[in-house]
Design a protein around this ligand. Structure first.
Ligand code: PMP
Length: 321
């Protein structure tokens, strides 16, 4: 069973608060209408080196886009967002344990789009360093909602109601995650990650317009594939194509890159190893063992007294990547 950790602090109302005191009022739209937009970010330890948070600026930019699309005001500068995360990380970090951060804008004032005020709340959870085990993936009877109702492009908490239903469905079928098809019956994404598949040596993934979140991890995987001369193509994917794929993986910040061992009960071809190669390269880049220009790491000193010194590793993607 998944139980939520209760780390000592939460960033809320502009500063750190004790976990038990980080509460929302029952009358606010964040509670009554699930009005929140969020980002999940991942921080990795480099073996014997600093702790680095992946693509911080990209996450800030996507949070701004989600807020704009739902008319949730958010005018904090990137530096405020970054420093808030680093402040919380500085308090909670444990040597050798990676972290996942959830940065959420909760609507705490206003009704029906008038007088909306949002608060940036950051929670952080520890994670063990480990390459994820392959999973059984199913195809859900639930569908990803189209762009005209709950757009996948908006990373809002409310979008995960369907994902939750799909996971409940998957559990009874022995699946650790599920694929959501879009309203045309083509592959959209998994419940909290994107889908990549391999057919005849080419990696395919559906474009965001098929009902997937504009994934930051997918952009990294695409850049890694290009630099390894692995063809990577974004195009619609039929359900039956997924069922005959050589390889499948799910990919996202929290999921990282997880290989799929069966799809709807059908085992996958174990001879094809492209996604395993990409998975290995992904972790080497994220952990800064073998840096890659597509992975920007914002580092936090491992020593408490040096933590205020923030260093952005000089590993930004060149223009156009
Ligand atoms: N789709 C959904 C529904 C997700 O929740 C996520 C995780 N944020 C992704 C795709 C992957 O996005 P990213 O790589 O930016 O984490």
């Amino acid at each position: 069973m998944v139980t939520l950790q209760e780390p000592k602090y939460v960033f809320m109302g502009g500063g750190l608060r004790l976990w038990k005191e980080a509460t929302l009022h029952v009358g606010c739209e964040a509670v009554t209408r699930s009005l929140n937009v969020f980002e999940g970010l991942k921080g990795y330890w480099k073996p014997d080196g600093p702790f680095g948070i992946v693509q911080l600026r990209r996450h800030y930019e996507r949070l701004c886009r989600s807020a704009r699309l739902l008319h949730v005001p958010f005018d904090a500068a990137f530096e405020y967002y970054r420093d808030a995360i680093l402040q919380l990380a500085g308090e909670l970090l444990e040597p050798g344990r990676d972290m996942w951060f959830r940065t959420t804008l909760y609507a705490i004032e206003g009704q029906w789009g008038e007088g909306t005020v949002a608060d940036l709340v950051i929670t952080a959870y520890h994670q063990d360093q480990k390459v994820p085990d392959p999973i059984n993936l199913g195809i859900s009877t639930w569908r990803r909602s189209p762009d005209v109702s709950l757009p996948a492009r908006i990373k809002a908490g409310s979008n995960y109601q369907v994902a939750r239903l799909a996971r409940i469905e998957g559990r009874s079928r022995g699946c650790q995650d599920m694929v959501l098809l879009n309203d045309s019956g083509r592959v959209a994404e998994a419940t909290g990650s994107c889908i990549v598949m391999v057919r005849d040596g080419v990696v395919y993934t559906p474009p965001a317009s098929e009902g997937a979140l504009e994934s930051i991890t997918l952009d990294i995987v695409e850049a890694l594939a290009h630099s390894m001369n692995i063809p990577f193509i974004r195009r619609p994917i039929d359900r039956t194509e997924l069922l005959v794929a050589d390889e499948i993986a799910i990919c996202g910040t929290l999921a990282e890159l997880v290989l799929v061992q069966s799809i709807d009960g059908l085992p996958l071809n174990t001879k094809s190893q492209l996604l395993r190669t990409l998975q290995d390269r992904f972790f080497r880049a994220a952990r800064n063992i073998e840096p890659h220009p597509s992975v920007e790491l914002t580092t936090l000193s491992t020593k408490r007294d040096e933590r205020s010194a923030i260093a952005d590793l000089d590993s930004r993607a060149p223009a156009g990547m």
